[in-house]
Design a protein around this ligand. Structure first.
Ligand SMILES: *Cc1c(COP(=O)(O)O)cnc(C)c1O
Length: 380
């Protein structure tokens, strides 16, 4: 069964950021990073290491609903040792980026999609739904407060990490009656500092990420926890990431720990595993499907059997494979391997379809190409 695709409000439907930012009133950090510290961080950007001066947050309780919306100094949280999230993992998160355009303005990509996905993840984890307008208001408020942290170097951005967790201190097993929503931000450098590099992927038939009826369609920490050991074992064999197969039969391709996958055929058509409940529906995946369909390319969502894929790579019918997600946008896959087999895709180098899609998407995100689909939302 294929699930209905996530959509969420478009940029126009959300209305201007200036009108939303006030929903998370700012108490400025009395001790923001000094000019020299700021310069030092911005000069050597890593991923998710350094954070901005502020964070946006709101609290939910059963009695009061969402309240206490605010933007305040970034800093450690106070958490009771009995907080439910520490024991039962009731948590969901999102990931998106703020991009600096050439004219100095700051934009994000399809925030309505992420808002709607956060609500879908929250429903599955029995957490309260944050209204879409509050989600986008938190982005607008934090970016307004921390605009100096949005880098302008090519390929860099401000990574935005919204998340929500069960803060109630109670060891009984039931949905928490107190929940926190937070948004933090980290300036990040280009994902491929040395150019567009293909990666090697280990396809595991030993571990699975998600089973039907489980948490696979939710963006939640538990899925990432499940991927760490397979990831560690694959890294020891020299692979960058793991690709998971369906848990029921271990025969069909699903996705990586945090990225969706696409296969390109020699005739120029593309295929990606269908959203059946075990795969996390990526915003990047959804944008790529839109781009391909409107350019008249054939693209299908369905079952991709590993056995078929291996034969098609060997025969040259499959010419490119790539992964996609917000952090790297598109990652070319040059080699796929598993227990007892090893396959180089094409000539092992990024192919023209993969490279073209990467160029097209990043051009829209960085404002180098017109946004004809109302994807970009101006934050500052
Ligand atoms: C976040 C994530 C993706 C990619 O989603 P994007 O919206 O494109 O960033 C893919 N798979 C999993 C498991 C994820 O958590």
């Amino acid at each position: 069964m294929t699930e209905p695709a996530l959509t969420g409000p478009s940029a126009a439907e959300l209305g201007p950021a200036a009108g939303l930012a006030g929903r998370f009133p700012l108490t400025p950090n009395p001790e923001p990073a000094s000019e020299s510290r700021h310069r030092e961080v911005m000069a050597k950007l890593a991923f998710g290491v350094d954070f901005t001066d502020h964070m946006a947050r709101a609290t939910w309780s059963e009695e009061r609903g969402w309240h206490g919306h605010r933007t305040e100094a970034y800093g450690p949280l106070t958490l009771d040792p009995a907080a439910a999230v520490l024991h039962y993992g009731q948590e969901v998160f999102e990931g998106l980026k703020a991009y600096r355009h050439a004219d100095g303005s700051v934009w994000t990509f399809r925030p309505g999609f992420n808002a709607s996905r956060l609500r879908a993840s929250a429903r599955r984890l029995a957490l309260p739904e944050l209204p879409d307008e509050d989600f986008v208001a938190s982005l607008a408020s934090l970016v307004a407060a921390d605009e100096r942290w949005v880098p302008s170097d090519a390929g860099s951005s401000l990574y935005l990490r919204p998340f929500m967790y069960a803060s109630e201190s109670f060891l009984g097993v039931r949905p928490a009656k107190e929940v926190e929503y937070l948004l933090i931000a980290s300036p990040v450098g280009p994902y491929f500092p040395d150019g567009f590099q293909p990666v090697s992927i280990w396809v595991t038939d030993r571990y699975s990420r998600a089973a039907l009826g489980g948490l696979g369609a939710a963006k939640t920490g538990g899925n990432y926890a499940a991927s760490l050991l397979p990831q560690q074992e694959a890294a020891a064999k020299g692979f960058a990431q793991v690709c998971f197969l369906d848990a029921a039969t271990s025969t069909a391709l699903e996705e990586l720990g945090g990225m969706n996958v696409f296969v390109v055929d020699a005739d120029g058509s593309l295929r990606t595993p269908a959203i059946t409940g075990t795969i996390l529906e990526g915003g990047t995946r959804s944008a790529i499907l839109d781009l391909l369909r409107s350019s008249g390319r054939t693209v299908s969502e369905g079952t991709i059997l590993l056995e078929d894929l291996r034969a098609q790579i060997a025969s040259g019918q499959v010419t490119e494979v790539f992964a996609c997600g917000t952090a790297a946008v598109i990652t070319p896959i040059g080699r796929l391997a598993g227990e007892g087999w090893d396959a180089v895709v094409g000539d092992g180098q990024p192919g023209p379809v993969t490279t073209g899609l990467y160029q097209e998407l990043t051009d829209v995100q960085y404002g180098r190409r017109p946004d004809t689909r109302d994807w970009m939302y101006q934050l500052a």
